[in-house]
Design a binder for this molecule. Sequence first.
Ligand code: MN3
Length: 209
Amino acid sequence: MNNRYPFELKPLPYDYNALEPHIDEATMKLHHDKHLKAYVDKLNETISPYPKFHNWYLETFLCNLFSLPEEIQTPVRNNAGGVYNHNLFFSLLDSSAKKPVPIGNLAGKIDKDFGSYENFKDLFKEAALKQFGSGYAWLVIDRNQNLKIISTANQNTPLELNLYPVLVIDVWEHAYYLKYNNRRNEYIDNFFDVINFEKAEELYNKFFV
Ligand code: MN3
């Protein structure tokens, strides 16, 4: 996958129907092939007239938004954010585990910082429910190397807040409306059944390398 201009649509690491019944095939198709693709295309369009940034990585844009020419700061924030957030979200989903639970170092740190996985789930769900309008809820590592739950609006990323993501749920309506209509609550409950905790553990450990 190309992590520099021209950015490419990264294929899903599983079939469109792999997350059924928790997340339906029609939603995954639309979410990946239409929504994510639109962010990739618009990001390329935005960057195209600026050769000076053609060697920047996706993350470089998001960590240095305010070093960009003013006229492209907002479109880069929205579209590079859209690409980054979706690639991360899709990579953190997996159908293979029946009752997925955290593993390894991340499991220990969740217990330490939140008391238990059950308690973490309650807090994460609350953040995902409370995010008003479009956005995401995140589990991130902060500057003090502690875990923290946050939510962000639109396609903003934790990178611009100097926070490092470990887990994320997309709570834009396009992520759940086809199947769940306005029942974000139910969508979040089902999300917990398709989390790829091996990927989350990999992200967690990468931070400390
Ligand atoms: Mn989305």
